[in-house]
Ligand binder design. Structure first.
Ligand SMILES: Cc1ncc(C[n+]2csc(CCOP(=O)(O)OP(=O)(O)O)c2C)c(N)n1
Ligand SMILES: [Mg+2]
Length: 376
């Protein structure tokens, strides 16, 4: 038995569909339109991941962090939001943004290296999405502190707005996460935090991340009501997210959900997962693919008919290709713009890095030809 088999996450969680798509819990009250929208969004995200990976391999995109295998978490939770709500994502919640109509061409242009002002100029946003999304946060856990702060303001003003944010298993070790949850608990902030426990923080497995039995129980210390759900079961994620959103909207305070899922691919395209993971681990999770499970359920219920899954895949592939074609028309920005808007004032380190980049772009070897001479 590999080390992995001894460390599988416990299946003591809320579940509506078992891995074969059989109903084993209470199906939430959700109309057919929402069910098909959830399904289509999950498929779109999976196909988007495939496409952007190929673009990365060709050098059109520098880095991609895929949501493959984790689609049910952010799609099912974001679907529980309503018009006027807020979402503070990190880098693995593409499905949430797509669920609420994020413009795909604008997203691809960003991945290809166009700065926001250039994207606005060439691909102006057509309409505001019903749920407001902040830009993607890469500094871990900061999105949760910002989300809770924003939710507190809504609470003080008496708005019936809910703010949702996402945190990875690894990121729950950050101080910011606990500060955020503490404030959320004390001030009854209308903030729902979803922990996307995909078992890994790059190469660190969840059982080396925390000695706590579950990530859900981290909310206990902060007095925040919590649930643990099967994160590969979109109906379970949706059902519990709805409950927490309704509580928050009714002035009953914050909520926390641990969604147990699995990162079926590399951390991002700068990573090589086979160095630190066993193949049998992946096989275990392939049987629990969230899209297959939901698809089986929808076919059995008659929401999807034979041939629909193939048709939906074809349609979203065409949509993605059209978005990529549009994005390719947007000029990429000067790489030096990445040094702007970070700091108030000057920094030796930033100027050094900027000059190093300039040296490299001039065909010099930045390690041997650039000495940093002349920098103040
Ligand atoms: C504050 C901060 N520290 C370190 C990093 C570098 N980093 C990027 S992703 C990552 C792992 C995050 O793991 P997890 O929270 O489980 O999220 P996942 O990538 O698995 O979705 C680390 C350490 C960062 N982006 N921000
Ligand atoms: Mg993780």
């Amino acid at each position: 038995m590999s080390q992995w088999q001894e460390q599988r996450p416990s299946e003591e969680f809320y579940r509506v569909l078992d891995p074969d798509g059989n109903v084993v819990g209470e199906v939430p009250d959700v109309d057919e339109e929402t069910l098909t929208r959830l399904y289509r969004t999950m498929v779109t995200s999976r196909e988007f991941d495939e496409k952007t990976l190929r673009m990365q391999r060709r050098g059109e995109v520098s880095i991609v962090a895929r949501a493959t295998g984790e689609e049910a978490v952010s799609c099912g939770s974001a679907a529980a939001l309503s018009e006027g709500d807020w979402c503070f994502p990190s880098y693995r919640q593409t499905p949430a943004a797509f669920y609420w109509g994020a413009d795909m061409a604008r997203a691809v242009a960003g991945l290809m290296g166009a700065e926001p002002e250039t994207i606005d100029e060439h691909l102006p946003a057509e309409e505001e999405p019903p749920v407001s999304f902040t830009p993607v946060y890469v500094p871990l856990a900061v999105n949760v502190t910002n989300a809770v702060g924003s939710a507190m303001v809504d609470g003080f003003r008496g708005n019936d707005t809910v703010t949702m944010s996402y945190i990875g298993d690894g990121s729950t070790s950050q101080g910011d996460f606990h500060e955020a949850l503490n404030f959320a608990g004390v001030f009854d902030a209308p903030a729902v935090t979803v922990c996307q426990n995909n078992q890994w923080a790059i190469s660190v497995p969840a059982h080396r991340q925390t000695a706590a039995e579950t990530f859900a129980q981290k909310a206990v210390a902060h007095g925040v009501p919590h649930d643990r759900v099967d994160g590969n079961d979109v109906l379970a994620v949706y059902a519990k997210s709805r409950e927490h959103c309704e509580r928050a909207r009714n002035g009953e305070g914050a909520g926390f959900i641990e969604a147990v899922t699995y990162r079926m691919v590399e951390h991002n395209t700068a990573d090589e997962e086979s160095v630190y993971r066993d193949a049998d681990e992946r096989e275990y999770w392939e049987d629990r693919d969230p899209i297959d499970r939901f698809e089986t359920f929808l076919l059995r219920e008659g929401v999807l008919e034979e041939g629909d899954p193939e048709r939906v895949r074809e349609e979203v592939r065409d949509e993605i290709q059209a978005a990529v074609n549009e994005a390719r028309e947007v000029p990429v920005s000067d790489p030096e713009t990445m040094f702007e808007h970070h700091l108030h004032g000057e920094s030796w380190a930033r100027d050094h890095q900027r000059q190093e980049l300039r040296a490299e772009r001039n065909g010099e070897n930045p390690f041997t030809d650039f000495t940093g001479e002349g920098l103040e």
